[in-house]
Design a protein around this ligand. Structure first.
Ligand code: PMP
Length: 394
């Protein structure tokens, strides 16, 4: 049977990790994989998470099954933090969610539910996170692309984006990044969120928002302002949330999927479809990450600690951005856009051949589109990167 199968390629970004670990050069720089790293080059367990885990370890009396929906103590307080307390209360019956195995599972389930409700095409930004298209295609949706960002620029290609989305209708969904766009770091302004919401509402198209970096752009509330505005303005929306970056829970596979809609009946129907898909594929989400987030968000001190840690991570990213842009400009590179962008990623204006040269000649690793993980840059790393780029472009 298996001889009928084709061999599929490995994930290109995760594949980079293997190359890096076998590279003996001491100056090697890993700018590839999308995890936050601190000044020691480590992706730390957040202190709030460690304390929550300790309490769970002491208090947990059972590991009996949960439901396909996961923990209500996770879904509700997380929803409140994402949509804002005010919106969450006002829309109590019109936003419903479930806990998922990370944001990837939320995206897949959301796409399946959209497909079941008659959505045929989903529009994604060009560029976007490379896993979006395969997830949506696996759910049977046709993936279309709207122009979003041109490497080397600061802002988004707003006019081109809206022009491309001028023909969408009720069988189209539009994927948006809640904040800290991956891979460009360029986000819509609040005014653009407003105009886009009006456009989607007029065309009867549904937005699907991927929130994977909340709190890592400017601050939690600022980063979520666009999503909140859109939720107020459009009739229906689907929102996938990741706790991988914002809580540092990557491997614990912790995420959520929310449906926001015009009526209790419709939201409940969407949720029931997602729950049915969960039940027939993995039954219920892994518990641990959700239990940790629930513990943090139910305790003022733990939540304050988590918020302070998230703020420090955000400040570090913005500090790295400023430092890299400054050093680049001192060395004649026009990289001021990096200072203006948000979150963990920016795209360097270099060619795939140059990324290969950086890897081979300078032990600097990044995917061939030039996306760098800003958090991977220490002081020395910034200098090594800039000097190497200058060396290969001279
Ligand atoms: N969406 C985007 C835009 C991402 O960058 C990522 C992670 N790299 C994900 C979703 C997946 O998140 P999770 O680990 O929660 O599945």
């Amino acid at each position: 049977v298996f001889d009928r199968l084709e061999q599929l390629p490995d994930d290109p970004i995760l594949g980079l990790n293997e190359l890096i670990s076998s590279d003996p050069r001491s100056e090697k720089l890993n700018l590839g994989v999308g995890v936050y790293v601190n000044d020691d080059g480590i992706t730390p367990v957040m202190e709030a998470v460690r304390l929550a885990e300790r309490r769970i370890h002491e208090e947990q009396v059972s590991k009996a099954y949960l439901s396909p929906r996961g923990r209500a103590e996770f879904i509700n307080p997380l929803g409140e933090r994402i949509f804002s307390n005010d919106l969450w209360i006002r829309r109590r019956d019109r936003i419903a969610g479930l806990q998922t195995a990370g944001c990837v599972a939320a995206l897949r389930l959301g796409a399946e539910v959209l497909g079941a409700s008659g959505i045929r095409e989903i529009w994604v930004s060009e560029p976007t996170w490379p896993i979006h298209a395969p997830i949506f295609e696996a759910a049977g949706l046709k993936v279309r692309r709207y122009p979003y960002y041109k490497t080397g620029e600061t802002g988004v290609l707003w006019d081109d984006m809206i022009a491309k989305l001028s023909g969408i209708g009720p069988s189209d969904a539009v994927l948006l990044h809640g904040c800290c766009h991956n891979p460009s770091g360029s986000d819509l302004s609040l005014e653009q969120w407003r105009m886009l919401s009006d456009h989607l509402k007029k065309r009867g198209s549904i937005p699907f928002i991927d929130v994977a970096y909340a709190g890592l752009g400017e601050a939690l509330d600022n980063d979520l302002a666009g999503l909140r505005l859109l939720t107020e303005l459009v009739d229906e929306a689907v929102v996938a949330v990741s706790c991988s970056k914002s809580f540092g829970l990557y491997r614990e596979r912790t995420g959520a999927l929310y449906f926001s809609g015009g009526s209790k009946r419709n939201v409940s129907a969407a949720l029931s479809n997602a729950l049915n898909l969960a039940r027939t594929s993995y039954s219920m989400p892994p518990d641990h990450g959700g239990a940790v987030v629930a513990k943090i968000l139910s305790d003022h001190e733990l939540e304050a600690l988590w918020r302070a840690e998230l703020k420090r991570m955000c400040e570090k990213l913005n500090g790295c951005r400023a430092q890299l842009a400054e050093l680049a400009e001192e060395n004649g590179l026009n990289w001021g856009f990096i200072r203006e962008q948000k979150g963990m990623f920016s795209l360097l204006p270099i060619t795939p051949a140059q990324t290969k040269k950086l890897r081979e000649e300078h032990a600097i690793y990044m995917p061939s589109n030039g996306r760098i993980n800003i958090a991977g840059l220490s002081n020395a790393g910034c200098r090594h990167l800039i000097h190497s780029v200058v060396a290969i472009t001279d």
